[in-house]
Design a protein around this ligand. Structure first.
Ligand code: IVH
Length: 678
């Protein structure tokens, strides 16, 4: 079918007009038409090109993708366009991709390079005679922004290449991103300084690179990995994707240690599953994996469709962020009476599960994130981490969206709430009078790390309280199988199982028992410290605040909470009932004063120990009376250096602090003590 002259003319006219608008809009920042008019031109062009595909050229403005440069940066026209990738969302998509390639090439099986899809910002780096001369963002794929000045601040990017054999002029392409650790540290600092935090590492990377002032980007923890090339002399091009990446590595450019050559769709899918499982262990965020046909000659044979190559595809991981609506903000009362706002959400599938609630932590957090009932919000669930609301989307806020107000009374028992000056948390003052606190206290008592009473779940505790079968934790041990069997969803068998579990839980340890009591601020570590340092429940009851504060990790507030707890007659009564019910543990040896051989000595641990975990080393040191701190100062007596020690070792040397290794530490544990240590 021949193309009518009028159509050809209209096409040329449309392209010129759109290019002109693009220039005015993107580069001069002075659009001459409305967005709607511009969209209409684009639509007409695309329709004509669809009708007459022979007229479609790769430089047609319909083929532009992504965002365009802002006016403040110089524009860089890409000699070789920076393409995008098609997406695969499931196994079938990947199998279809592989099938298309094999059919086109008439091959039984082909190899791919598989690598992580980094969640950052694509850049193209131009090297001339081994020197970095320009860095550019992708922009719309044809023209990006000149970010040479900020790219030069990324420490991973060599300003000068190593070795030899590189072409006189070539471009390397890759992703600038912000590793998770740096991202978190940066946001922590921003939060402390009362500044704006970044929502995710990708935005942080983009925001950091697209800075006019390179001093700002230099202060940001940016990193780079390369995954391809742009301008590159054909005569110098190696045979495959893995070969060019290996070359880049030799020239000092950072390449991904995760790159693998795999065979066929099956190889791709195995790689995908393996990386998905390790996703959260990687030091940077990835949103999928990319498969690229390995051989360059075959890549060329396959070519491109519109904006993406036929020889590569991005296999996306399930989204970890989704948008949904806040239906209500309710207030939950915890074991210690803390009032926690919780958002009830329109159910949303995110990170592989359906999420219906997200904690908002406290009133300050709700205010900071400005979350209101009715808001559209971004919900994030990464790995096993509990779902959180990242931010609200104020542009989508309904006019009647209500602001959240923390109630002045406990929503469960009506007691007044109190807000201690040193805390951001608001608490119900009802204590165990408050059914919510009561219930949480029982659940805590039974939890795995406390008395570990198997089968005493949430719903069951609710019923026990409603039916007045228990009023404190000691009553649990007076329950009978008959009483339990009469409850909802409890048969004779499960009732008997629970009685057996209760019986079994009676043999416990002092640390577990202390933790189970639910004393404010006393976690597992403190419970263990109290047990080892005081030796018995009676000694703990008798200890005053001063004695308590001599125990590692016990500060004044915690000492006050502990002493207050053991002064309350109702607490002592519950403890007596528990002991009468038969709860028992083996008494630990009360520490003899002579065994506190490292009393007052200050230790700092750095690097990885071979025989002990850090926690073991720490608690054994503390058991001997030593103090273990996190940073080296003049007060430090010993720095224990394991493999790959950090800057603490340098600091120790600088201050002349004695450095010992693990062998010496183990000797100390077996009684071979440093001079003056006894
Ligand atoms: S290859 C022609 N490899 O994903 C191939 N891209 O959706 C062009 N990306 O703009 C890209 N990791 O910003 C490639 N290992 C990887 C990648 C990767 C992240 C980004 C890149 C690109 C976008 C395409």
């Amino acid at each position: 079918m021949s193309v009518p002259e009028a159509v050809k003319e209209r096409l040329i006219q449309l392209r010129q007009e759109i290019e002109q608008h693009n220039r005015r809009y993107y580069q001069l920042d002075e659009p001459a038409v409305s967005d709607a008019e511009y969209d209409a031109l684009q639509r007409e062009l695309r329709e004509l090109e669809q009708q007459y595909p022979e007229l479609l050229t790769p430089d047609s403005p319909s083929q532009r993708v992504g965002a365009a440069p802002i006016s403040a940066f110089a524009a860089v026209r890409h000699e070789v366009p920076m393409l995008s990738l098609d997406n695969a969302f499931d196994d079938e998509d990947v199998q279809a991709f592989d099938r298309r390639i094999r059919e086109k090439l008439e091959r039984e099986s082909v190899e791919y390079v598989a690598e992580p899809k980094l969640d950052g910002l694509a850049v193209s780096l131009l090297y001339e005679d081994g020197l970095l001369v320009r860095g550019a963002t992708r922009g719309d794929g044809h023209a990006g922004e000149d970010v040479t000045h900020t790219v030069r601040t990324v420490r991973d990017i060599p300003l000068k290449l190593k070795g030899s054999g590189y072409p006189g002029r070539f471009e390397v392409r890759g992703e600038v991103f912000m590793p998770k650790e740096g991202f978190q540290a940066m946001n922590r600092r921003a939060l402390e300084a009362g500044e704006k935090v970044f929502v995710n590492p990708r935005n942080a990377a983009a925001g950091s690179l697209r800075q006019l002032d390179p001093r700002i980007s230099a202060a940001r923890p940016l990193a780079f990995l390369c995954y391809g090339y742009g301008v590159f002399p054909k005569s110098a091009l190696p045979a495959s994707q893995q070969d060019i990446i290996a070359r880049f590595g030799e020239w000092g450019l950072p390449v991904s240690p995760e790159l693998r050559v795999v065979k066929g769709a099956e190889g791709c899918l195995t790689y995908y599953r393996e990386l998905l499982a390790r996703r959260h262990q990687l030091p940077y965020e990835i949103d999928g994996v990319v498969y690229k046909l390995s051989r360059f000659d075959w890549q060329e044979e396959l070519g491109f469709v519109a904006r993406a190559p036929r020889w590569a595809i991005a296999h996306k991981f399930p989204a970890e962020e989704m948008t949904t609506t806040v239906l209500a903000i309710e207030v939950q009362v915890g074991r210690t009476g803390a009032l926690t706002p919780v958002a009830r959400l329109q159910p949303v599938f995110v990170g592989g599960v359906t999420v219906t609630n997200a904690t908002l932590h406290n009133a300050d957090e709700v205010k900071r994130k400005d979350i209101r009932v009715g808001d559209a919000v971004v919900v994030r669930r990464a790995g096993d981490v509990i779902p959180e609301i990242v931010k609200s989307i104020p542009e989508k806020r309904p006019a009647d969206a209500e602001e959240f107000v923390m109630p002045g009374h406990c929503p469960v028992c009506g007691s007044e709430v109190e807000c201690l000056p040193e805390e951001t948390i608001v608490r119900c003052s009802g204590g165990l009078f408050c059914p919510a606190q009561h219930k949480e206290a029982i659940k805590h008592f039974a939890s795995r790390r406390a008395l570990d009473i198997e089968g005493l779940g949430d719903k069951l505790v609710d019923q026990l309280l409603e039916k007045h079968l228990v009023s404190d934790v000691a009553d649990l041990f007076a329950l009978t199988a008959e009483q339990l069997a009469g409850l909802d969803r409890m048969g004779q068998k499960s009732a008997e199982n629970l009685i057996a579990a209760l019986e079994k839980s009676k043999r416990t340890s002092l640390p577990r028992f202390l933790y189970a009591l639910g004393i404010r601020e006393v976690g597992e570590v403190t419970a263990a410290n109290l047990a080892t340092h005081l030796g018995s429940l009676d000694a703990l009851k008798a200890a005053d605040e001063e004695r308590l504060q001599a125990i590692p990790d016990v500060g004044p507030t915690m000492a006050r909470h502990i002493a207050t707890f053991f002064r309350q007659s109702h607490n002592l009564e519950v403890i007596r009932k528990l002991l009468d019910a038969g709860i028992a543990w083996e008494e630990c040896e009360p520490p003899k004063l002579e065994s506190q051989v490292l009393l007052g000595k200050v230790f700092v641990l750095t690097g990885t120990l071979a025989e002990l975990t850090r926690d073991e080393a720490k608690s054994r040191l503390q058991a001997l009376g030593a103090k273990v701190t996190g940073s080296v100062s003049k007060k430090t007596d010993f720095v224990v250096a394991g493999a790959e020690p950090g800057s603490k070792l340098d600091k120790a040397r600088e201050l002349g602090v004695e450095v010992i290794d693990e062998a010496v530490l183990l000797k100390m544990f077996s009684g071979d003590l440093p001079e003056g240590g006894t």
